[in-house]
Each structure stands twice: as structure tokens, then as C-alpha cells.
Design a protein around this ligand. Structure first.
Ligand SMILES: [Zn+2]
Ligand SMILES: [Zn+2]
Ligand SMILES: [Zn+2]
Ligand SMILES: [Zn+2]
Ligand SMILES: [Zn+2]
Ligand SMILES: [Zn+2]
Ligand SMILES: [Zn+2]
Length: 317
């Protein structure tokens, strides 16, 4: 029972408008757990809990299965002590509070509960308010496609951490424009200017949500040349896999062709002198022209280094 419901919102004198620490919008309804940190708005907490599967408080990181939602009124915001969170379920059973069981949220305001349920729901926006909830995202997408010719961008569905109801809908043509860019996305899917399409990996033919995600992919799934990177730190050149990188090493730099080093990988030098030096130290002598030729020939024939097993002979102790 909120003391001030319906009345004017009392404010502590001189207090600045409180804002959500996540989205920075003015707080109207807050959601908090037993830790009592009333700093994030109900939409952000709901999004964290459902879309990010994160039930931690944004301030103290304490996880909570249930949170309480109430109107933000500065110092007058209804405060529930930690020990009374256990009683929320009973209060909901008694009809005193609204409950969203999926989110583990308890509301003292019916309209806010309905609003959040709508936000996290799988209703078809094109069909309007009276439309039924779809049982799964797959079912909703099939309906959108068949009934309205509308599509979600699957890259955004995965990478843009908002509710499905907040994801944008595109016709096939708009979707291509959105994904491939060229024409700046008029709807500005990211809330940022100049979106020119999702970046894609030319090797995998796969789209990524943003620069951060494709960078992570390129770094983990593909190879870069450490020598080129050292020479030009801000040029990012990638090779599909190690085989491709190794061809680059041999062509552009001075790679050691000794079977041990080929197996170890990444043994490559900027100059012929450095390579000679390495060969002397590691292998006892610099490889002769004939030896290099033979090593290259065997390698190019597809004798995978290290696969031949025992008794190669001639190894330097
Ligand atoms: Zn927020
Ligand atoms: Zn907290
Ligand atoms: Zn529809
Ligand atoms: Zn997209
Ligand atoms: Zn890739
Ligand atoms: Zn290189
Ligand atoms: Zn070597």
C-alpha cells in the first residue's frame, strides 16, 4: 500500500531528478532486491533478468530470485527490508501485489506489471493490441513472415540485447538494406547515427552485430601475422587459417622450414640474417639452398609435419 499513490509526488527539497543507473532515463518505477539498491528502472531490471539472464543487482552484484517494483519517489520510495522479501509471494497470493513469475518480479502497481508483461511478450505488433501471444519466438517469426511479410534481423535478435517486442521489423528488401548497409539504416536500429550494415566475416560469410563482436570473432577464429602487426599496429589483416598464414610467412617473410619449427608454428623472421642466426642456434647449421628446396617440396606435397611418426632421422640433438 503506497502512501502516496495517486497524489502529488513529494520530493526532497533540492534533490535532482533521480535517473536509472543503466539507461540514464528518469526513474519512474524502480525494481530492487533484498539488498535495497533502488537505482535501476523496472524496464532495465526486467531486460537484464530476461534478455541477459542476469539476476544480479547492478550496484552490489548480489543475485536475487525476486525483486520488488514500486514507484520511484526519491527518499519516499517504498522500502521493503530484506527479511520481508520472503513475504512477497504470500502478498501476491493474497492479491495485494501483482506478480510476473517468469521475471520473479512483484509489483504494487497493476499497470506497470501489465506494461512489463507486454514488453517481454511475443505478440504480433502488426496484428495490433488484440492479437494473441505466440508460444515461441519461432512461432512469432513464422507468423510475421507468412501473415505480414515481415522479418526480424537475426543478427540483431542475437546481438541487440533488448526485448523481442523492441526488435525492429523489416520487409525482405528493408532487411537486405539493413544487413548489408550501403544506404544508412533510416530506422537507426542502434540508436546511433550512420549505421551502414552489419560487419561480416569474408571467410565465414557470417554477419556480426557490431565491430566489437566481429573483432572478437576475427581474433579467435582467424589468424594475423605478428610480424606485419608489429610493423603496422593499426592495420588489421587476417588470414583464414594457419595454412594461409603460413603461405604468407613464406612469401613475405623468412620462415624456418625445419620440420620441428613448422610443427611449432609461427617460427618466422623479418630478415634472412635473423633466420640464418636462428637456424644456426636451433638446428646446428643454416639450411642450404638444397635443403630448403627439399623441405618446401615435401611440405607442398602435403606431408603434414609431425604426422610421419618415428624415425625421421637426421635430427639435431
Ligand atoms: Zn533504466
Ligand atoms: Zn544491490
Ligand atoms: Zn500478425
Ligand atoms: Zn540487424
Ligand atoms: Zn570468420
Ligand atoms: Zn606478415
Ligand atoms: Zn627453426
Amino acid at each position: 500500500a503506497s502512501r502516496f499513490r495517486g497524489g502529488a509526488r513529494p520530493r526532497a527539497p533540492n534533490s535532482m531528478e533521480d535517473c536509472c543507473v543503466v539507461c540514464a532515463e528518469p526513474l519512474t518505477f524502480v525494481a530492487y532486491g533484498p539488498c535495497g539498491h533502488r537505482d535501476a528502472c523496472v524496464e532495465c531490471v526486467a531486460r537484464l533478468r530476461l534478455v541477459m539472464e542476469d539476476k544480479r543487482c547492478v550496484i552490489c552484484q548480489r543475485e536475487s530470485d525476486v525483486v520488488f517494483v514500486t514507484r520511484a519517489m526519491g527518499d519516499y520510495t517504498e522500502t521493503i527490508p530484506a527479511e520481508r522479501f520472503d513475504g512477497l509471494r504470500r502478498r501476491a497470493d493474497d492479491g495485494e501485489l501483482e506478480r510476473d513469475a517468469v521475471l520473479g518480479m512483484f509489483f504494487d502497481d497493476r499497470a506497470t506489471c501489465a506494461k512489463i508483461r507486454e514488453l517481454r511478450g511475443l505478440r504480433c505488433r502488426a496484428c495490433g493490441d488484440a492479437s494473441a501471444e505466440h508460444g515461441s519466438l519461432k512461432a512469432l517469426r513464422a507468423h510475421l513472415r507468412e501473415a505480414h511479410g515481415l522479418h526480424h534481423c537475426e543478427v540483431c535478435l542475437e546481438g541487440r540485447k533488448v526485448f523481442v517486442s523492441q526488435q525492429l521489423l523489416y520487409t525482405k528488401q528493408q532487411l537486405d538494406k539493413h544487413k548489408y548497409g550501403g544506404v544508412a539504416d533510416k530506422d537507426n536500429a542502434f540508436g546511433r547515427d550512420g549505421f551502414t550494415g552489419h560487419p561480416s566475416c569474408k571467410f565465414c560469410k557470417k554477419f556480426f552485430y557490431d565491430e566489437g563482436q566481429i573483432f572478437h570473432h576475427m581474433q579467435s577464429a582467424h589468424e594475423t601475422c605478428h610480424l606485419c602487426r608489429r610493423a603496422r599496429p593499426d592495420a588489421y589483416v587476417y588470414y583464414r587459417d594457419y595454412d594461409e598464414l603460413e603461405r604468407h610467412h613464406r612469401k613475405e617473410h623468412h620462415a624456418c622450414l625445419h620440420p620441428d619449427c613448422l610443427a611449432k608454428k609461427f617460427i618466422v623472421f623479418v630478415s634472412a640474417n635473423e633466420l640464418k642466426n636462428h637456424e644456426g642456434v636451433e638446428h646446428g647449421h643454416a639450411m642450404t639452398k638444397a635443403e630448403r628446396k627439399e623441405a618446401l617440396r615435401l611440405n607442398d606435397l602435403g606431408f603434414t609435419v609431425g604426422a610421419s611418426g618415428g624415425g625421421g632421422g637426421g635430427g639435431v640433438p
